[in-house]
Design a binder for this molecule. Sequence first.
Ligand SMILES: [Zn+2]
Length: 71
Amino acid sequence: MASSLKDSWKETGKGLGHAFKDLGKTVVKTVEKGVNEAVDWADREDAKICQNCNTANPPESKFCSSCGKEL
Ligand SMILES: [Zn+2]
């Protein structure tokens, strides 16, 4: 009885571990995507450069995507 409870906790732990692993991958992918997009924008002449932190933002953006300052 006790061992089966332990086993079920082990399975739960494994499941959680996989969930967090996937979550971590998603976060990394999102960050990578954001960085790539920022690099793309930096190449554009109409990009809005934040005067506060020098981040290139899309021309239609009103606030800096990095520091949140009004552009
Ligand atoms: Zn900024």
